[in-house]
Design a protein around this ligand. Structure first.
Ligand code: GTP
Length: 321
């Protein structure tokens, strides 16, 4: 029997640094070929376009969470990939920040075709050193992501004091004493610590979740969490957009778990990408718009108690004349 293809499930709460880690993996000179599956919560894909590395094949699963509505899609994509075995060395699945990793991991044991050809190598969880303590209070997914991890990257250590870091490490250890824990900035880590670990331990998981191998998925997403996507078929004016995005993240930061966008600015050959986690905002011009690519500007906000219509109108008010 030929060897099974290793699958790494990359998880972690909204904005923790999953795409940063994925891009690091894909750009490093590893000589391997990865197939990448990216799942997003919002209905318009942004992450897919933020993943670098033209070599890799990126499969996008939008509009739903990998652990719920689109799990069938995951099985279909995996089945399709298996038919082309030999064309790549490993598979990386980046889940949404709101995914419960258990049902995703379950897929590799419960689905016969998948389990015959692929093996779950490890669940790698990226944790945000600044926000994890808060999320452990109000987001059960954040806790499950830690509990199920084989490897944890405690990321964004540049944003916290030593004391805060030790505190959050204690919280992680209380939930999961077994995972290998690394402190990172910008997910800077040797790939050998993340890939091909052979770390997934079914026995440990059965201890946490005794019905792991039984069918039926009971994960209920927090219904209060909204995903608001707005897309405009053209350019936005940076002089209007920048003050608006700063203002909304300052004023509504506590409710904005995550925001991001790709924008076309007039006379700018490069795409402007902005990223936000609560009130922390980051933005920069990145790669060029491709020749013939439509210059569409799009933003996504994920959070609670957000006024979707106001966000839509305010964003559209920033478009270039
Ligand atoms: N200060 C700081 N910022 C970081 C670090 N790692 C990542 N970021 C920034 O955090 C933001 C979110 O990073 P992503 O990698 O997109 O996070 P993600 O987990 O993929 O986000 P979602 O897929 O939307 O859940 C980006 O603006 C990153 O540049 C870090 O170690 N320190």
């Amino acid at each position: 029997m030929s060897e099974k293809i290793p699958v790494t499930v990359l998880t972690g709460y909204l904005g923790a640094g999953k795409t940063t880690l994925l891009n690091r993996i894909l750009t490093e000179n590893h000589g391997k070929r990865y197939a990448v599956i990216v799942n997003e919560f919002g209905e318009i894909g942004i992450d897919n376009d933020l993943v670098v590395g033209a070599e890799e094949e990126v499969f996008e699963m939008n509009n739903g969470c990998i652990c719920c509505t689109v799990r069938g899609d995951l099985i279909r994509i995996l089945d399709g990939l298996m038919k082309r075995k030999g064309k790549f060395d490993a598979i990386i699945v980046e889940t949404t920040g709101l995914a419960d990793p258990a049902p995703v991991a379950q897929t590799f044991f419960m689905d016969q075709d998948v389990s015959d050809t692929a093996r779950l190598d490890a669940v790698v969880t990226v944790a945000d050193a600044k926000w994890l303590a808060e999320r452990l209070k109000d987001a059960p997914e954040a806790k499950n992501q830690i509990a199920f991890a084989d490897v944890i990257l405690l990321n964004k250590i540049d944003l916290v004091s030593d004391e805060e870091l030790q505190n959050v490490e204690r919280m992680i250890r209380a939930i999961n004493p077994y995972a290998k824990l690394h402190r990172t900035k910008n997910c800077d880590i040797a790939l050998s610590e993340v890939l091909d670990r052979n770390a997934f331990d079914l026995d440990r998981i059965m201890e946490i979740e005794p019905d792991f191998l039984e069918d039926g998925h009971h994960h209920h997403h927090d219904d209060d969490i909204q995903s608001i996507s707005v897309s405009y078929d053209g350019e936005v004016n940076p002089e209007k957009f920048m003050p608006w995005i700063s203002q909304i993240t300052q004023e509504q930061g506590p409710n904005i778990l995550r925001c991001k966008g790709i924008l076309a600015f007039p006379n700018e050959p490069k795409r402007f990408v902005f990223q936000g986690v609560h009130m922390i905002l980051d933005g920069d011009v990145q790669q060029d718009w491709k020749p013939g690519e439509k210059r569409v500007s799009r933003v996504v906000f994920i959070g609670r108690d957000l006024d979707a219509e106001a966000i839509r109108l305010d964003f559209l008010a920033t478009v270039a004349e």
